[in-house]
Ligand binder design. Sequence first.
Ligand code: B16
Ligand code: MG
Length: 214
Amino acid sequence: DIKACIFDLDGVIVDTAVYHYKAWKRLANELGFDFTEEQNEQLKGVSRVRSLQLILGWGGVTKTEAEQTELATRKNDWYVDMINQMTPAEILPGALDFLEACRAAGLKTALGSASKNSMTILNKVGIAHLFDTIVDGNHVSAPKPDPEVFLKGAEALGVSPTECVVFEDAIAGVQAAKNGGMKAVGIGSPETLSQADLVVSGLDKMTIEKLKEL
Ligand code: B16
Ligand code: MG
């Protein structure tokens, strides 16, 4: 039986990828090269440091570890300025309703995100209170597709992995859920997220009935 739902943040609850894109593009341009939307796609669900390393590689630029730390901080400062302007209107269609439906159905809810800024975002869009536990980039050492972030969520909720459904928009996130022995609902296209148990275009297409059929 399903007892808990674990939600990824960027691409599932809100679209912060647009802000990541603007901040990374500004950084790339300062370093003298461009950064495309296609490249940004490849950074979904990827940690901040790893994203920077990929971008530097695409730009053909080498930086020391100290320089990388400074660059990642610079990008994050711009990003935080943008997410501090977020409002509840930016919650993706159906996300609020589905979170409330889960709780009304007696299911536990958790956030499982790679972001170190998840609390800021949840507070800005006004939904932090809808999660029983929040596990994010501040609490994990192994990035998705390692299941650590979701397993910590299940543990905090007091449920077993087999009783959890994970909602994810990234391939590595779906893999992380499956690696942890959980059910996975992909948010996006079935071609991309073929390893998911079910794929929907957004949480507006998700219901408690579909959850129970998994
Ligand atoms: P931060 P998710 C991920 O969020 C984003 O998809 C990814 O683009 C970002 O680099 C990562 O969080 C880290 O974010 O710089 O705020 O720590 O999809 O795991 O909710
Ligand atoms: Mg995501």
